[in-house]
Design a protein around this ligand. Structure first.
Ligand SMILES: Nc1ccn([C@@H]2O[C@H](COP(=O)(O)OP(=O)(O)OP(=O)(O)O)[C@@H](O)[C@H]2O)c(=O)n1
Ligand SMILES: O=P(O)(O)OC[C@@H](O)[C@@H](O)[C@@H](O)CO
Length: 444
């Protein structure tokens, strides 16, 4: 078993990653739900596959989603659950260093690495062995309940983990299930239909699953080579070797396993959608008649599922704490008639200090209201051009900076039209989070 990598630097934040809704249960509430004596819980993540069905050389667990490896999202989802004390990840020897690099870069915690096996069951078995043996140098101890969850299922929430662990504590085994999308059929030897299963009476077995540790560990120890080689269902092992009938828990649609390339695109769009749910406008006025607040109102009208807030520019450490607590990944800096670049620099510096952009790309849009049809534009354009070079620099820190010039006429009707067009461009930039647009200046 690989020694647990050195504990990374202090955690980014008490990560309520924006792609996760704040945990509904606090540690105490979760423990209360687990029963009077909360069991020690650990997780095993098989991550030793080659991802053949993905059709690309990189194993899918290491494929980038928004420039971050898929497995990092799954680790973050499990790390947010404070009552999971250890997370054991099974990776192949050739990917061990890459995995250590991911742990270090994204500051994952409570992670231990073990060597994967040539099949998924063997990888899981290696993870369980790491938890079962009290090796002198290991910080791992045997849990009462163990969660098994595929590393390529990034959208797992605390509630379903709590359900399978609670059920496993009571019944010995539990697993998430989902309705079947296609009907299951059984072909005959000559390649024709032999029979089909009644879809409504069957379910798809998903992850997470959870087991009393001794139940699943003993099942794996008794497991036949055939089952270790060709089996795909841990619940089946608990039944066959432990005579335990697993409790089945209805899971959410997001529990699906990333298998084909289309699943990576789906995962990316889900993550983009989740981190675009909050837009923060930064402007140095509380005056409700300020055009920035007009823009705020138009954004609220246009994006009714998105939380739109406004705040004064950042100047203090308290502002940094507030930025962190808001977990906002989309900022709109409003400048009127000036192309003052200093506010942008201050906000970007604050964002860099917060480490917010390590986990997700942060969009910063520098908005300039300018009656550019009646005001000479040359020297202001010069200032605006600074954004191009600065954007290249901050892109290295996963901050996507671009500019937006919004026509600011005297005529009220024309101004309203400009605001609507500006809001549409802002919404698109935030939703698409396209790094190809960094440093550009768009015009509304
Ligand atoms: N020898 C293996 C094979 C698979 N897995 C892991 O088991 C999970 C689910 O398996 P699957 O989707 O089949 O992954 P792959 O085997 O990589 O995919 P493919 O069958 O397309 O090669 C994945 O996290 C995969 O990394 C593993 O730990 N060890
Ligand atoms: O068969 P694969 O190795 O692609 O994936 C494993 C899945 O079968 C498994 O995760 C669920 O069906 C639950 O057992």
């Amino acid at each position: 078993m690989e020694p647990r990598p050195a504990a990374p630097r202090p955690r980014l934040c008490d990560s309520l990653g924006a792609d996760q809704t704040p945990s509904a249960s606090t540690p105490n509430a979760a423990r209360a739900e687990l029963g009077r004596r909360a069991p020690a819980v650990a997780a095993v993540l098989p991550a030793g596959g080659s991802g053949e069905r993905m059709g690309i050389p990189t194993p899918k667990q290491f494929c980038p989603v928004l420039e971050r490896p898929l497995i990092s999202y799954t680790l973050q989802a499990l790390e947010r659950v404070c009552w999971i004390k250890d997370i054991v990840v099974a990776v192949t020897g050739e990917n061990m260093d890459a995995m250590k690099g991911i742990i270090q870069k994204y500051q994952h915690q409570r992670i231990s690495l073990v060597e994967a096996g040539v099949t998924r069951h063997r990888s899981i078995f290696n993870g369980l062995k790491a938890l079962a043996e009290d090796q002198p140098d290991s910080k791992l101890s045997k849990p009462e309940v163990v969660i098994i969850h595929d590393a390529v299922r990034p959208f797992v929430e605390e509630d379903v983990l709590l359900k399978v662990v609670t059920a496993a504590k009571e019944c010995g085994a539990a697993g998430a299930i989902r309705p079947l999308v296609s009907t299951v059929i059984s072909p005959s030897a000559d390649g024709c239909l032999d029979h089909s299963l009644e879809r409504a009476r069957h379910r798809a077995s998903e992850m997470p699953q959870a087991f009393l540790f001794d139940v699943i560990y003993e099942a794996y120890q008794q497991c036949s080579d055939y089952d270790l080689e060709f089996g795909t269902e841990c619940l089946h092992l608990a039944l066959k070797y432990g005579h335990i009938k697993a409790k089945l828990v209805e899971g959410s649609p997001d529990l699906w396993k990333v298998t084909y390339k289309r699943d990576l695109y789906a995962a990316e769009s889900i993550i983009k959608e989740r981190i675009s749910q909050h837009i923060c406008l930064v402007m140095d006025t509380k005056d409700e008649n300020h055009v920035g607040h007009r823009l705020e109102e138009v954004l609220k009208d246009e994006l009714n599922h998105v939380k739109v807030t406004s705040r004064l520019p950042c100047h203090t450490g308290r502002d940094l704490d507030q930025i962190m607590s808001e977990q906002c990944y989309s900022y709109v800096c409003v400048n009127v008639m000036t192309s003052d670049f200093e506010e942008i620099r201050k906000l970007v510096n604050m964002l860099e200090e917060s480490n917010l952009s390590i986990l997700y790309p942060v969009v910063v849009i520098s908005v300039y209201f300018l009656d550019y049809k009646s005001v000479p534009f040359d020297q202001k354009m010069e200032n605006l051009m600074q954004i191009r070079e600065y954007a290249k620099e901050v892109k290295k820190r996963n901050i996507l900076l671009c500019g937006l010039l919004i026509y600011y006429p005297q005529d009220e009707q024309k101004l309203q039209e400009s605001l609507r067009q500006g809001a549409t461009i802002i919404a698109t930039l935030i939703k698409e989070r396209n790094s190809g647009l960094v440093g550009q200046i768009l015009v509304a």
